[in-house]
Design a protein around this ligand. Structure first.
Ligand code: FMN
Length: 183
């Protein structure tokens, strides 16, 4: 057997790599942003589960306003994304500090981020306190086609990041019954 048992504490590093995302919130006239790498899509609606909790100011706002925007940054934004995730919106205006542009969304007060590849307006549907899971429902999707050359990136869980590429493997014909109409 070639397997070597290593610490169970490293299991998440094999599962974590969804794209790193930004989550925006707005309370009164104050916009905020946080970085999230622990998230998953749970169905086609889509519902999206994000893992966070009361230690983040964004979480408090999300619980109050019941809404947020998920913004998907490209690899040109990696350093900003890391910095956004290391400072609290209670201390700084992260849009100003990191030179990002808030744009009005259609159905929520939280802003889109102009510099990102795509933005999903979301309503908070549920919070599972025991596991720190916020369940969101995506209600409106915006994609910037001009940002096609930018790649999403993944947190490896150890402070390093892997950038996606344009290498695409197509197995659609094998997966037809699992792909919703129009996707
Ligand atoms: C790469 C990266 C990934 C992160 N992923 C998460 C995450 O999945 N869940 C979470 O609660 N915090 C995560 N954080 C930490 C928050 O982004 C951080 O606590 C942020 O400063 C919260 O800002 P706020 O207090 O303004 O909401 C991550 C930070 C970085 C740099």
């Amino acid at each position: 057997m070639a397997f070597t048992e290593i610490s169970i504490r490293k299991a998440f590093t094999f599962l974590e790599p969804g794209p790193v995302i930004l989550v925006t919130t707005r309370e009164g006239d104050k916009n905020n942003i946080m970085t999230i790498s622990w998230h998953m899509v749970t169905d086609f609606i889509p519902h999206i589960a994000i893992s966070t909790g009361a230690w983040n100011h964004s979480f408090t706002t999300m619980m109050k306003t019941k809404e947020c925007v998920i913004a998907i940054p490209g690899d040109d934004m990696i350093e900003k994304v890391v910095r956004i995730g290391t400072v609290s919106g209670t201390e700084v205006d992260k849009f100003k500090e990191f030179g990002l542009t808030p744009l009005p969304a259609k159905s929520v007060k939280a802003p889109l981020i102009e510099e990102c590849i795509a933005c999903i307006e979301c309503k908070v549907e549920d919070y599972i306190e025991k596991h720190g899971i916020v369940v969101l429902e995506g209600i409106c999707l915006w994609v910037d086609q001009d940002k096609k050359g930018k790649y999403t990136f993944h947190a490896n869980g150890d402070g390093t990041f892997t950038v996606d590429s344009d290498k695409v493997l197509n197995y659609r014909s094998m997966m037809e019954k699992w792909i919703p109409e129009g996707v």
